[in-house]
Ligand binder design. Sequence first.
Ligand code: P6P
Length: 335
Amino acid sequence: MRRKSLTQFLVEQQREHESLPGQLRLLLEVVARACKRIGYTVNQAGTDGLLGDEGAINVQGEAQKRLDVMANEMLLEANEWGGHLAAMASEEMDTIHPVPNRYPMGEYLMMFDPIDGSSNVDVALSVGTIFSVVEAPADISGRTPTEADFLMPGRRQVAAGYALYGPQTLLVLSVGTGVYEFSLDRTMGAWELTGENLRIPKGKREFAINMSNRRHWSEPVRSYIDDCMAGKDGPLGHDYGMRWTGSMVADIHRILKRGGVFMYPWDSRNPNAAGKLRLLYEANPMGFLIEQAGGLAYEENHTILDIQPQALHQRVGVTMGDRDEVERILGYFEA
Ligand code: P6P
């Protein structure tokens, strides 16, 4: 049977839910097309000589990959003329990118990480693009957008999602009515619906964390992971598996499909920065999807989506995934 296209899905969502206005539907279609282009570029990077560093350091203090810069340009170029957005912000850009005056200003703001986990590309491992959409402040059309306009809690997101460039090229998104997965049919270049209303499978005893950071973690995190490592004879009474791919998109996708929990917790290396991951470009959009799929997303003992951002590139500690497992971890913070 023919699968639904992304367009048909979004038109039906718009018809059934007033939460998907026409402008937002069109924005998501543009983002999907840009992600398709990024996916092709990533897939061809080896033969097209696009691997390696750009030779610059981004605002995060990370070596910028050539593909980080290209993917960022692709998202800016694809989204600035459509009249859906007032401005964009990117993990790869020092400050925001207002829509150029030659184009109409729209009613949404979009934040994105153009290629999350980009160092994986050089060794042919999965990477992804993460995006987050909020409604712009009502008065934005009469003025130039500012960084402050982006500093909204993740609870205000009207859409979020990611593209995963791996063995399959996938687009996973939510507009607040559940999580939906689309697979790229390369013969037609079309996104086809392959997963409806994804729910995190319960009971998968598997954690994703970079174990080499153990000495930097807080005591509750160390105790939880040590209890997981103790296996079925330990306090948790179960053997646990572990996965760590170096790409949040790949780890979160596995959790949406197979269960488990993802952690990049606060660590002592840089106490002011809380954790490594960025609130606006990684934790909020992924936290939105995880909650939409029945899971929980926390920084220590408070929900990520309710954090009031103080800065565009603010970092945050992250624990998200299976509701029961996250609640188990919360118990270590309350002990
Ligand atoms: P580490 C990629 O750089 C990223 O932001 C996430 O996608 C990923 O989960 C994490 O950092 C990997 O960090 O310290 O293990 O390299």
